[in-house]
Design a protein around this ligand. Structure first.
Ligand SMILES: C[S@@+](CC[C@H](N)C(=O)[O-])C[C@H]1O[C@@H](n2cnc3c(N)ncnc32)[C@H](O)[C@@H]1O
Length: 272
């Protein structure tokens, strides 16, 4: 399955995803991933950035609020339409465009930084995404992205719970399977049953890479690894949002920042 076929799935998910996320049911994003991502992000005030796979624009808006000038792309026209509806001219400085991360419509060395919030693992052509990110960055610019953790978001995953219903372990398997577009079906687990009733499940094409594949692709592309994080919610955050207690047991997400060296390699890799 390639990125053009993946687009169809995300266009179909986008309407309900936007509605549920804006209603507050994307709790791993709101309570864990987004705060951790911004805590790791260097100061981008006044810089020009590209947000890759922006979805309905929640994180893009936060990025613009930090003072960056942001261009944001997503392969799904429906997501970009929703994102544009919430853009406030003059407040959030965001230029939204429909485009694929695999073929970025920007010249080499256009941006000071690039971000990918939970989008890179949804794209089959991992090498091309990293290559394109590298190409459009200015020398010295950085890429920061978050993905589901390759070691713990595996094709087989089961929460093992104690008699109070608390997760104490995660059973994982199929780590080396290299999935190429199997469809996972789910809705946000924290949305109440009456909200989910009658809604079709999201259909998400799954592509898995091992942690060494991710790191080696970054290195082969020419990036220098700068910082890595595996966010874990504090007890206080879990008290506010008990649904994410399982994210205290293992790392569900991996955040990586990598830099294009000032004297980097000229052409980056384009293959998987
Ligand atoms: C899990 S959502 C994350 C959305 C958003 N960044 C957020 O944090 O809420 C993954 C996003 O990646 C987008 N996507 C998938 N393949 C893409 C591609 N080839 N180019 C650009 N965006 C893509 C999807 O349309 C979707 O909006």
């Amino acid at each position: 399955m390639d990125h053009k076929e993946v687009r169809r799935y995300w266009d179909e998910n986008a309407e309900n995803w936007t509605r549920l996320a804006r209603a507050g049911y994307d709790v791993y994003r709101d309570y864990l991933n987004t705060p951790a991502f911004f805590a790791m992000l260097p100061d981008v005030k006044g810089l020009s950035g590209l947000d890759i796979g922006c979805g309905e624009g929640y994180n893009t808006r936060l990025l613009a609020e930090t003072g960056a000038r942001v261009t944001a792309i997503d392969i799904s026209e429906v997501f970009v339409r929703h994102a544009k509806q919430l853009a406030e001219p003059g407040i959030a400085n965001i230029d939204y465009q429909v485009a694929s991360a695999v073929e970025l419509p920007f010249a080499e060395a256009t941006f000071d930084f690039a971000t990918g919030f939970m989008s890179f693992m949804d794209i089959a052509e991992t090498g091309a995404v990293l290559g394109e990110s590298y190409r459009v960055l200015k020398p010295g610019g950085f890429l920061q992205f978050s993905i589901t953790h390759p070691c713990f978001d595996t094709p087989h995953r089961r929460n093992l719970r104690d008699d109070k219903g608390l997760t104490y372990a995660i059973e994982v398997g199929g780590y080396f399977d290299n999935r190429q577009g199997d469809i996972a079906e789910w809705l946000f687990s924290s949305a109440p049953r009456q909200v989910k009733e009658g809604l079709p499940k999201f259909k998400i094409p799954i592509f898995t890479r091992t942690i060494s594949q991710w790191l080696n692709l970054l290195i082969e592309t020419g990036f220098q690894l700068e910082q890595v994080a595996e966010p874990r919610p504090s007890d206080q955050v879990v008290a506010e949002c008990p649904n994410i207690q399982d994210a205290q047991v293992v790392a569900y997400f991996l955040h990586i920042r990598a830099r294009k060296p000032i004297h980097g390699i000229v052409s980056s890799r384009k293959s998987n």
